[in-house]
Design a protein around this ligand. Structure first.
Ligand SMILES: [Fe+2]
Length: 271
């Protein structure tokens, strides 16, 4: 049985070294959950799990969301493998998963099956740490702001000139108004930002857009960011409630393939 940890940067990311049996035993599940919440990202380098093992390990940490084939979803831009590949291009921009829902997923677990020869790193930013470093004055200013999030706003990054039909399709997913500052049950606060953030409610439109861009710039500065350079067999978990993430660009025909499992959300954006 092995289990040791090593921080990957001061503010975000911890590597856990453990063998598969130890991870599947669930013995360290509470500790892993705790590290995940504190550090945003947990990395298991070249642990080489199978799909079944990844699913079982996910199940030790919380409630698994059943998606894809037998609970494992294939993240690839190859439309032969994934008919929704086009929608995944939104992942090249900073975002939080599930902002059009009131209870977003708790975490995603991604395992590298095949990598692109170029690009395809994944970056994470710690939105708890970004909040903590705001001045008291800014914290007070942002405390009660509400931001409207939409799929349309995020997809505009990918298709800046959509057809009318495409726009109508995006709009079938209702927009969602969320607090800018997520006040978690734990007592900690994080920022809710990213590509789905369309405008600030009750604020002049341009001023609100400026604030959202300024805050995204601020929250994705190097001190808040961990960039994962993948090796095949790596498994990475991120806390979707306290981080934003994005993939760096890679060729669409690279064959890059990641297998993903998800943990169901346990807390709404309103805490
Ligand atoms: Fe995502």
């Amino acid at each position: 049985m092995t289990f040791s940890t090593r921080d990957l940067s001061p503010r975000i990311g911890t590597e856990i070294q453990a063998d598969i049996d130890t991870l599947l035993s669930g013995k360290h599940a509470a500790e892993i959950r705790d590290i995940l919440e504190q550090r945003g990202v947990v990395v298991f380098k070249e642990v080489h799990m199978s799909d079944e093992q990844q699913l079982a390990f996910t199940g030790t940490l919380g409630n698994v969301i059943d998606e894809g084939e037998k609970g494992v979803y294939k993240v690839t831009l190859d439309t032969k493998e994934n008919p929704q590949a086009d929608y995944l291009k939104g992942a090249f921009f900073w975002h939080i998963d599930g902002t059009t829902l009131d209870v977003p997923i708790l975490a995603s677990i991604l395992r590298a099956k095949k990598l692109s020869e170029t690009g395809g790193d994944t970056e994470f930013s710690n939105t708890y740490a970004a909040y903590e470093d705001l001045s008291e004055e800014d914290k007070a200013k942002y405390d009660n702001l509400k931001v409207v999030h939409s799929l349309e706003n995020a997809q505009q990054y990918v298709h800046p000139e959509p057809s009318y039909e495409t726009m109508q399709m995006w709009r079938r997913v209702p927009s969602n108004t969320l607090p800018l500052v997520w006040k978690h049950k734990s007592g900690r606060n994080s920022l809710v930002l990213g590509s789905t953030a369309a405008y600030v409610e009750g604020m002049e439109y341009q001023a609100g857009r400026e604030l959202l861009v300024k805050l995204r710039d601020y929250a994705t500065q190097p001190q808040f960011v961990y960039r994962h350079k993948w090796n095949v067999g790596d498994l990475v978990i991120w806390d979707n409630t306290g981080t934003m993430h994005r993939a760096t660009r890679y060729p669409l025909d690279s064959g890059r393939m990641m297998h993903r499992t998800k943990l169901a959300g346990e807390e709404s954006f309103s805490g």
